[in-house]
Design a binder for this molecule. Structure first.
Ligand code: SOE
Length: 384
């Protein structure tokens, strides 16, 4: 492979744009063992992908991802497509000896996700690495949250309380885009937003969710095919999901995911309460982490705000002087920093496909619970 990492990206919409920005930036900010080259981008629309390549900084472009996977001058395939194509592209890429970065959730179904994990395991001895893109792990305040929890600063964790709320489909006139179709997206708010908070809960606490009870709702059951169209189609995914769960360390968890939380544009909050302290994060104030230390003298107790912008905080020494804030886009740059570092040093990037499967197993249990009238449902154990 040499000292470069030649990238082929599939898909160039919102996520593809975010990833492109990160590929352009990562080596300019971080000192890494490999230098990323933006070799080619792929999309089905010929004119669209050509324009995207020019706009986003890719050297080449094509309309068939198989072409990308077959090229000798590509080392990593970055999958930014809807979930219905994740498994096929990822498995083909791994079999061709390419490293893979795949957007979350790993796949639309458990069976596909398991097949991806097996393909990653087969490719692993040849030095091929696979990672799932749960970008919020790379918010510095979330990374600090995990470090503090791992250092025992919370004591025994009792509660995880997490909500990921958006409002972009509140209007019943909003069209039936791919994210509202089960065949394309797998599920709705549950898989798109719930996957993030389930991943963060497990990542920050280091514990696994073992069982859940869940309800979902589709508030608007039919939508126009395009804005203003009289032709309508059925919404086949959930608009909102509520999940309660148990973690294997004994904590109780609650998760909420909605696309109908009017006024909440991209609100992701997670709070963890332990018997020695609590940590609380809000994506709308992503440079801050609230910390309650129960061991402090009674007169000094209360939540304090850590401004996570200091060089000793995760990822921050490479950026700006102390106190200069970061944003959403930096999470993708940090994700690539970790991926490139892992590939370059022969380590396993996190979350691996196997770890992302643990999120998929929770989503699967939630869907089975919904089908069973919110009955208590065990999360299946991951593949051996
Ligand atoms: C759309 O709901 C979306 O783009 C998600 O798919 C992303 O994962 C999230 O980060 C922002 O919202």
């Amino acid at each position: 492979m040499g000292s470069t990492l030649r990238v082929g990206m599939v898909g160039y919409a919102f996520m593809g744009t975010a990833h492109s920005q990160a590929w352009r930036t990562v080596n300019r900010v971080f000192d890494l063992p490999l230098r990323a080259e933006m070799t080619a981008v792929c999309g089905t629309d010929r004119a669209g992908v050509a324009a995207a390549a020019h706009r986003l900084g890719w050297a080449g472009h094509c309309t068939d991802w198989r072409e990308l996977v077959a090229r000798d001058d590509i080392d990593v395939i970055d999958i930014c497509t809807p979930g219905d194509s994740h498994a096929e592209i990822a498995i083909a890429a791994l079999e061709a000896g390419k490293h893979v970065l795949c957007e979350k959730p790993l796949a639309n179904t458990l069976a596909e996700a398991e097949a991806m994990v097996e393909a990653a395991a087969r490719a692993h001895p040849g030095g091929v690495r696979a990672m799932c893109g749960f970008n919020y792990r790379r918010v510095p305040a979330i990374a600090l949250m995990r470090d503090l929890a791992a250092a025992g600063r919370l004591g025994t964790v009792r509660h995880v309380r997490a909500a990921y709320l958006q409002d972009w489909i509140t209007d019943p006139g909003y069209p039936l885009v791919w994210r509202l179709r089960r065949d394309r997206a797998g599920s709705g708010a549950l898989g798109d937003l719930g996957a993030h908070v389930v991943d963060l809960a497990q990542h920050v606490t280091g514990q696994r969710i073992t069982g859940v009870s869940a309800v979902t709702e589709t508030f608007v059951k039919e939508r126009p095919l395009t804005w203003g169209s009289t032709r309508r189609g059925r919404v086949t995914v959930d608009d909102a999901a509520l999940v309660v769960g148990r973690l294997d360390g004994g904590a109780l968890a609650s998760f909420e995911a909605s696309r109908f939380a009017t006024g909440r544009k991209n609100s992701l909050r997670i709070e963890i309460n332990g018997d020695r302290g609590s940590l609380s994060f809000d994506l709308e104030r992503l440079n801050e982490l609230a910390y309650y230390d129960a061991d402090r003298p009674a007169a000094e107790q209360g939540f304090t705000t850590i401004l996570v912008t200091e060089p000793h905080h995760p990822y921050l020494s490479a950026w700006w002087p102390p106190g200069h804030a970061l944003g959403y886009e930096h999470t993708f740059t940090h994700q690539l920093r970790d991926l490139i570092d892992a590939i370059g040093t022969g380590a396993d990037p996190q979350p691996s496909f196997a770890e992302a499967l643990t999120v998929q197993l929770v989503l699967d249990a939630a869907e089975r619970s919904v089908a069973n009238g919110a009955g208590w449902t065990q999360v299946q154990p991951p593949l051996p």
